[in-house]
Ligand binder design. Structure first.
Ligand code: C2O
Ligand code: CU
Ligand code: CU
Length: 479
């Protein structure tokens, strides 16, 4: 079966928003798609690996003419790709070379909150260096690192503070999937920007409380990219790294592809489709088979009718292997009998946004769950069915499973581990979640301006021996 549907509620796509900014193909020459270099460890042993992640300012040649002022991790824009091995003890030196404070949030990593997780309670001040360390227990996945100082997350991500973090494990390394980085295993970070005078970005000028957008697509920090295809099959690890934009992805000729991974890992089976919609912070891993094309052909990835990446086909060795019907075993504990059902409402739009009717407060704990139990969270988007938006709901500290949408089956590509799920207006999405570490974590809409605007809360995970453990929580003022 091949799905030919974007699944999400048509009236809620951001194209229907009053402030919607359509994408327009940039008037600039095509350039090779930038492939971020892999971050080299500082040191490595059998059991431990050390890295340094340096948040820095820089300049990037994005368009002909003036360079654009940008921020990045170990790079002028976005960052080097970080690869963590499951089971390893990881040490990271976090270095802030920016003119303002930032935090380093590991979106999708199974680490303790609130300090290692790097939400708003873990500031690193300008010129400062901090150390974190953790042992990684997690399935192979495409996760990411981004800045998360509240309420400045959106502007820092807009400046460029976002990079991919791959988790590798035994099980995935045995699956018949492309994994030659930069050759047949390609990161695709989808973002959009508006270029102002002298090719500069101007977040304040573009500000919209429902999410900042720009008309120009930027993929891995490249405007008008092409990619030279030298293998029949290519794995694309797609991240919606934009502040607000939903991307409706499809290829020329309605070329079919297989989604094999979601936010938190490889899915139970490949899902064949020729369209996919990705919302903010989600990741989709897809396998594209270019077997019907020949050297000299060009296959284009679009969002709606705007070209994003042109795949230039070269000679390749035929590879007509089929993906197995079964990929990953998804094991998740049953819901703990007698546990509470957590209710979350995502409310309002514009400056009115709230979670459970309240604006985010850094000093308030809004919910609690015991470490090791599996509990249901019911997330309701209270927006009006006609004029509302899809709110991408994200939780730190977990990979959850989606159980239902308004009592019906989740979408066919939602049967794997997720940390972010789009919730349609007037819809209730049920998920089950478990947490491995005690801590304080945030949960929020991942339209980043909604998060900064207060559509966010925080919950405490606790062990029975220390249910009321106190964490040092920052205040807006103490930042
Ligand atoms: Cu992608 Cu609270 O984060
Ligand atoms: Cu996160
Ligand atoms: Cu939202």
């Amino acid at each position: 079966k091949v799905y030919t549907d974007y699944f999400f509620d048509e009236p809620a796509f951001n194209t229907h928003d009053g402030g919607y900014i359509p994408l327009v193909e940039a008037d600039a020459p095509q350039k090779p798609l930038a492939i971020p270099p892999l971050l080299k460890p500082d040191q490595e042993t059998e059991t431990d690996t050390w890295y340094t992640v340096d948040a820095q300012t820089g300049e990037s040649q994005l368009l002909p003419g003036a360079k654009t002022k940008t921020w990045g991790y170990n790079a002028p824009l976005l960052g080097q790709t970080i690869v963590f091995q499951d089971g390893k003890h990881i040490h990271v030196t976090l270095k802030n070379d920016l003119p303002e404070l930032t935090t380093f949030h590991w979106h999708g990593l199974n680490v303790s909150g609130p300090y290692v997780d790097g939400g708003c309670h873990a500031p690193v001040y300008p010129g400062e260096t901090k150390q974190i360390d953790f042992t990684l227990h997690q399935h192979a996945a495409t996760t990411w690192l981004h800045a998360h100082p509240c309420p400045e997350t959106a502007i820092q991500v807009w400046h460029g503070l976002a990079t991919l973090v791959y988790v590798k494990d035994e099980a995935e390394s045995k699956m018949p999937l492309p994994r030659n980085y930069g050759v047949d295993d390609i990161p695709i970070i989808l973002q959009d920007r508006r270029f102002h005078e002298n090719n500069q970005w101007d977040y304040e000028a573009d500000y919209d409380p429902d999410g900042v957008q720009g008309p120009t697509a930027m993929i891995n920090g490249t405007i008008n990219p092409y990619f030279d295809v030298t293998t029949q099959k290519v794995r694309l690890r797609i991240l919606d790294g934009s502040n607000r934009r939903e991307w409706r992805l499809h290829f020329s000729d309605d070329l079919e592809f297989a989604q094999v991974g979601s936010d938190g890992g490889i899915m139970p089976e490949p899902v064949y489709m020729n369209k996919v919609m990705i919302t903010c912070a989600e990741r989709d891993e897809i396998i594209v088979d270019f077997g019907q094309y020949h050297a000299g052909d060009v296959v284009t990835l679009y969002s709606d009718d705007v070209p994003l990446v042109r795949f230039r086909i070269h000679d390749y060795k035929p590879d007509n292997s089929k993906l197995p019907d079964h990929l990953a075993d998804i094991t998740y504990p049953d819901v703990t009998p007698g546990s509470q059902v957590h209710k979350v409402t995502l409310d309002g739009m514009d400056e009115q946004v709230a979670l459970n009717g309240k604006k985010f407060d850094m000093q308030r704990i809004d919910d609690r769950q015991q470490v090791g139990t599996t509990e249901i969270w019911e997330i309701t988007n209270t927006n009006d069915a006609k004029n509302g938006m899809v709110h991408p709901y994200h939780m730190h500290g977990t990979q959850f499973l989606v159980l239902s949408r308004n009592g019906k089956e989740p979408y066919p590509n939602e049967h794997g581990y997720k940390d972010t799920v789009g919730v349609n207006p007037q819809e209730t999405v049920r998920i089950k979640a478990k947490f491995d570490y005690p801590g304080v974590y945030m949960y929020h809409c991942h339209i980043i301006e909604h998060e900064d605007g207060g559509m966010m809360g925080q919950f405490q995970t606790y062990t029975p021996t220390d249910p009321n453990k106190k964490y040092k929580l920052m205040d807006m003022d103490t930042l």
